[in-house]
Design a protein around this ligand. Structure first.
Ligand SMILES: [Zn+2]
Length: 242
């Protein structure tokens, strides 16, 4: 599925969007992002009403289209049922600050949380981190508590800047993409990159990593648009049944 096709889907089909968010949640659960009932992903509403967001009190692996609802920037549930995640401002405020973003993932993947808590910058010690570095993954440190207000959501967006992901230090990650599919792939590659860096450091020796020029070349060669689409398709094909 090409990114163009994904874009068309996100602008024409609300039911397709609900399905995409539900699939994103289940893909995240199956790929290192499961944390009991916590973590969520969203897609921008093509009509500008807010975000299609996973509803609360479900594990990521249990999310079906009817467990995704439309939430306004004020936090009102406009379409659908269920309890709203209290951290909705992460999604609505990042989307407000980044018109290029169509999907947002917020999860608590263990290796990313561990690496961010050490204070180390993410380094491209394997392929994975080259999706993010340069410029790198910035660090949000205003609070390690939940992002419950629009003001804190704006602050997360400010920390993210133009990057593809931000560490919420001692809490989790936020990853973004042009679509919820792209944001999901980014979140999974980020956790891979952090796991690889922790493995590298724990092995001792004198770690090396790519210089920025090589990182940019690797991004173009490995993580080009068609490959990211193919990764999404692979993740959907290998999803365990509900
Ligand atoms: Zn959280």
């Amino acid at each position: 599925m090409s990114t163009d096709h994904l874009h068309k889907m996100t602008t024409t089909e609300t039911s397709g969007l609900r399905d995409a968010v539900a699939t994103s949640c289940r893909v995240l659960a199956a790929n290192g992002h499961d944390d009991l009932i916590w973590g969520h992903s969203s897609a921008r509403d093509p009509e500008g009403r807010g975000v299609w967001l996973k509803s609360a009190e479900w594990g990521l692996g249990e999310v079906t289209a009817d467990r995704v609802h439309l939430v306004s920037p004020e936090g009102d549930v406009l379409v659908g049922d269920g309890v709203r995640h209290s951290e909705f401002p992460i999604h609505t405020e990042v989307m407000a600050a980044r018109p290029d973003v169509g999907g947002v993932v917020h999860t608590h993947p263990p290796h990313a949380v561990a690496l961010a808590a050490t204070g180390q910058d993410l380094r491209p010690v394997s392929h994975a981190a080259n999706l993010f570095v340069p410029p790198g993954v910035p660090r949000f440190t205003d609070t390690a508590d939940l992002v419950l207000t629009r003001e804190l959501g704006r602050s997360v967006a400010l920390s993210l800047g133009s990057a593809r992901a931000v560490f919420l230090v001692n809490h989790g990650i936020v990853a973004v993409g042009a679509s919820v599919q792209e944001a999901t792939v980014a979140a999974i590659v980020l956790e891979q990159a952090c796991q690889q860096q922790i493995l590298t450091h724990s092995a001792g020796g004198w770690p090396s990593w790519s210089a920025p020029e090589e990182s940019l070349a690797k991004r173009e060669n490995i993580y080009h648009e068609r490959a990211l689409d193919a990764v999404w398709d692979f993740l959907v094909r290998t999803l365990p049944p509900l």
